[in-house]
Write a protein that binds this ligand. Sequence first.
Ligand SMILES: [Zn+2]
Length: 109
Amino acid sequence: MERKKCEECSGKIIKKQVDFSLYGISLGKFPAEICSACGEEVFDEKTSERIDKIAKERGLWGLDRKVKIVKIGNSLAVRIPKAISNFLKLKEGKEALMKPGKDKIIIES
Ligand SMILES: [Zn+2]
């Protein structure tokens, strides 16, 4: 299915190769339909399937985890799930930087 107009803003759609990255790792360039007005990027179904396949092959699939905020002493804490600590090669004692984002907590390791 080809789009001529953007569903968000009715801007003109152009086709372009775009870099796609997941968890900060580039998976390569893929053809996308991009709105020339608002920049909305849409991949067709075939391309989405290809991206999913590459992500799975590279172990970049399903790393999102739900975590619970718990209380430790006077502070709140979250456990870092094994899948994520393995992926980032985190070790106990390693320093990280935590900062607030808009509706999120950013932890840079
Ligand atoms: Zn648009």
